[in-house]
Design a binder for this molecule. Structure first.
Ligand SMILES: [Zn+2]
Length: 755
């Protein structure tokens, strides 16, 4: 037991009151009448009592016993093992298999040619106390999936995080990366952005490394003494251009069945344009030590014992990567319990099962929580519960290379899912600490109620209250204000980075993504050290937060499956969209001011005069002034949305007393509101991404862009496009307002008919 826990326990037992606050047993659950609410709460008590941390522990040990990336023997064995468990627990379960492009390395070579010589080890050795780190023959070595093959030699340039701003900084110093090999540290954006931007600037190769400042000894003692990244650890990961589309690079928009039509690899647009290789800070040190040229700006410097220079050269390296471009089977496990009353309304829970190596934390910590949840739900069903709606559990394969298993399944079953899937609830790696939840704001009120009913294992207060306390103390000014003033916890908006993406952003299915974290330590992400031994020492010893995750996601799943009327609410959604619209207006104003100032500094030669005359300085280009955008259509649509949401909230509880047949039709109208947030044309330059409120950023990757069409056009200073996209999203918002108005009218009409 940790000292903090002891202290809290003492306070609780000696003073008779501590932090413990009642969950809200007397409040009806959203979407439930009083009687069904009481029955659901009783069911959740049985569910909680049945969850057993020992199962999570045992299953993690088994599932992470060997490396299990897509296409590996242990990956297949895991899928089959889970399939058997689901069947044992009473589910109808099958494998849904797809055939996807998955390159693995045949040759990796990185050598410093000048000055001096050094050959990168590119190796993560076994460490004492970590049993699976000894499986050296089975490990997939460190590489970036969907890097092209390449054999390049060139001078090195250090580009910090390798995001667009960093290249602007280099340009001001008169530095170009054309014909060079860039070395970028991990962090600051999703990794796939780095080679994309490097190639756009003419670089011929890209090396990614983990700087100890962001990920290593600067954070804390390194593994195996502590939890953090040691000098050998290198982060694997996909570098496909996922903001274009995720999934199998050869089959965009369609399921990668055996007979699917495939792009030729040479035309596949999501593969990188230049070779990429991830390395450890041990391997990066001699390279960075050999770079000279201007000293890097202060914010670019990491924690290695050297002066960070920009280059180019004199360090010159030879980088060679060759891959085996095989098509491998990806095994999704799909299990279901058919609904009794509304079998054509589906609720789905999912987590991926593949890992880069042993993957105890990513993804098995979330996977075992899902399994335990599914086992307990199966037990309730065997005990007589007949959920109204159909419940699906999915264990996805091939998430790591780019959400392949889920994306192919969603594309393959798009028609049925569009028609029937009410909501998708995702989990992935889990840790110890605070509730973190993102998702569709139409489910925010619903999810906040779930969070008030789950207790934090360490403090005994609700996980909602603990998350709120964290925001009040450590949050941004806006987050602090929210945490103080808002009745419900704000869901973060979803960008990308896990399997909710095809559901939410391609099909417009309301989604949630849930985890606990903030108190577990680690630098094991996508290395061989993400192991059972690491997890049980440093991340969630005792699996208390794994159980909390099962309680949270399990409640959300069961409530969505059993509600008398689906618990969609539009007031928080309207409030959130209003916030995004204000941000767009602010972005426009800030950019206008920034560009005015910028052009003025140019006109008066301030840039030149402020620069060191002995250093190279290239004044930046003049920028086009920001025109005034017409946000009126957006504001008008928003006003209509807010009014429609308020009107709906007034009558939302009325249908709880209706006959089931009327409720079914209403449910469909409710969950289809999320579909109405999509446009079939998708976003500019990336038609696969159809959601108009949330998308991953074109230049941030995992990082979300809200109202992405308008926001990214403004950020890219494309003014005609911005005007068009504002019109588009205004129409989408007005369309949703219209649907909500029809829902409210329908509720009123049915009441009149009944009365
Ligand atoms: Zn994961």
């Amino acid at each position: 037991m940790r000292p903090f826990v002891v202290l809290v326990t003492l306070i609780l037992s000696f003073t008779g009151f501590g932090f413990a606050d009642d969950p809200t047993p007397n409040t009806d659950l959203l979407g439930f009448g009083s009687e069904s609410s009481a029955a659901q709460r009783a069911r959740e008590e049985r569910f909680d009592a049945s969850l057993d941390a020992a199962n999570l522990d045992r299953w993690m040990k088994h599932l992470s016993a060997h490396p299990h990336p897509v296409g590996s023997p242990w990956g297949k064995a895991n899928a089959e093992w889970m399939l058997e468990r689901f069947r044992e627990w009473g589910y109808t379960a099958d494998l849904a298999t797809y055939h996807v492009l998955f390159p693995t390395p045949v040759e990796r070579h990185l050598e410093l040619l000048e000055p001096g010589s050094f050959i990168a080890a590119l190796n993560e050795p076994a460490v004492p106390g970590d049993a699976t780190s000894e499986q050296q023959d089975e490990h997939l070595p460190a590489y970036n999936a969907y890097s092209v093959d390449g054999d390049v030699t060139g001078e090195l340039v250090y580009v910090n995080y390798g995001v667009p701003d960093d290249y602007e900084e280099l340009e001001r110093r008169g530095m170009a990366v054309e014909g060079k090999i860039v070395i970028a540290r991990y962090g600051g954006s999703w990794r796939g952005i780095k080679p994309k931007v490097a190639a756009e600037h003419g670089a011929i190769g890209c090396i990614l490394y983990s700087d100890p400042r962001d990920d290593g000894y600067f954070q804390g003692p390194v593994y195996p003494e502590g939890a953090f990244k040691n000098e050998h650890g290198a982060q694997r990961g996909s570098v496909a251009d996922m903001p274009l589309f995720p999934g199998d690079p050869l089959t965009p928009f369609v399921g990668a069945t055996r007979r699917a039509e495939r792009l030729d690899r040479s035309e596949a647009p999501t593969l990188t344009k230049i070779p990429v290789l991830p390395i450890s800070y041990g391997d990066a040190l001699p390279l960075l030590e050999s770079i000279r040229g201007p000293v890097a700006p202060e914010s670019w410097r990491g924690a290695l014992p050297l002066t960070y220079h920009l280059g180019p050269g004199p360090a010159k390296v030879h980088l060679k990567v060759v891959f085996d471009w095989q098509i491998v089977p990806a095994y999704n496990v799909i299990a279901r319990i058919d609904g009794s009353e509304r079998p054509d309304q589906w609720v789905m829970r999912g987590n991926h099962h593949d890992a880069w190596v042993n993957g105890a934390r990513d993804p098995i910590s979330g996977m075992v929580a899902l399994l335990e949840e599914a086992r307990a739900v199966g037990e309730l069903v065997r005990g007589g519960w007949k959920p109204k709606r159909t419940i699906f559990y999915g264990a996805w394969d091939a998430e790591e290379p780019g959400l392949l298993g889920s994306t192919e399944w969603v594309e393959h079953n798009a028609e049925q899912l569009s028609e029937k899937l009410v909501a998708y609830i995702n989990t992935d790696g889990n840790s110890r600490g605070f509730l973190r939840a993102g998702g569709s704001h139409t489910l925010e009120k619903f999810f906040s109620q779930v969070a008030r009913d789950v207790l934090d294992p360490q403090t005994g207060v609700s996980v909602e209250r603990r998350a709120r306390a964290r925001l009040l103390v450590d949050g941004s000014p806006e987050a602090r204000k929210d945490a103080r003033d808002r009745a419900d916890l704000r869901l973060s908006a979803l960008g990308s980075g896990s399997d909710y993406t095809p559901f939410l952003q391609h099909l417009g299915i309301a989604s949630l993504n849930v985890s606990y974290g903030g108190e577990g330590d680690g630098g094991e992400y996508h290395t061989i050290y993400d192991s059972y031994d690491h997890f049980t020492r440093h991340v969630d010893p005792g699996f208390e937060y794994g159980v909390a995750l099962a309680r949270t996601a399990g409640r959300a799943t069961m409530r969505l499956a059993e509600a008398d009327v689906l618990p969609f609410d539009f007031v928080n959604f309207a409030d959130t969209v209003a916030m995004y619209v204000d941000q767009i207006a602010e972005l426009e104003d800030d950019l206008r001011e920034e560009i005015q100032t910028h052009n003025r500094l140019l006109d008066e030669s301030s840039f030149e005069l402020a620069a060191d005359p002995r250093a190279t300085f290239v004044p930046p280009a003049r920028r086009e002034p920001v025109p005034h955008l017409n946000l009126a259509p957006l504001r008008n649509a928003l006003e209509r949305l807010s009014a429609a949401a308020d009107a709906h909230a007034l009558v939302a509880r009325d249908p709880l007393a209706w006959a089931a047949s009327d409720q079914i039709a209403l449910d469909v109208l409710l969950y289809e509101t999320e579909r109405a947030l999509t446009r079939s044309e998708g976003l500019p330059r990336r038609p696969w991404f159809r959601h108009q409120i949330y998308s991953p950023g074109f230049y941030t990757g995992y990082g979300v862009k809200t109202l992405p069409g308008a926001r990214e056009a403004i950020e890219l200073e494309r003014w005609d496009e911005a005007a068009r996209e504002i019109e588009n999203v205004s129409e989408v918002i007005a369309g949703v307002a219209d649907r909500i108005e029809r829902i409210t009218a329908r509720i009123r009409r049915t009441e009149r008919d009944d009365g």
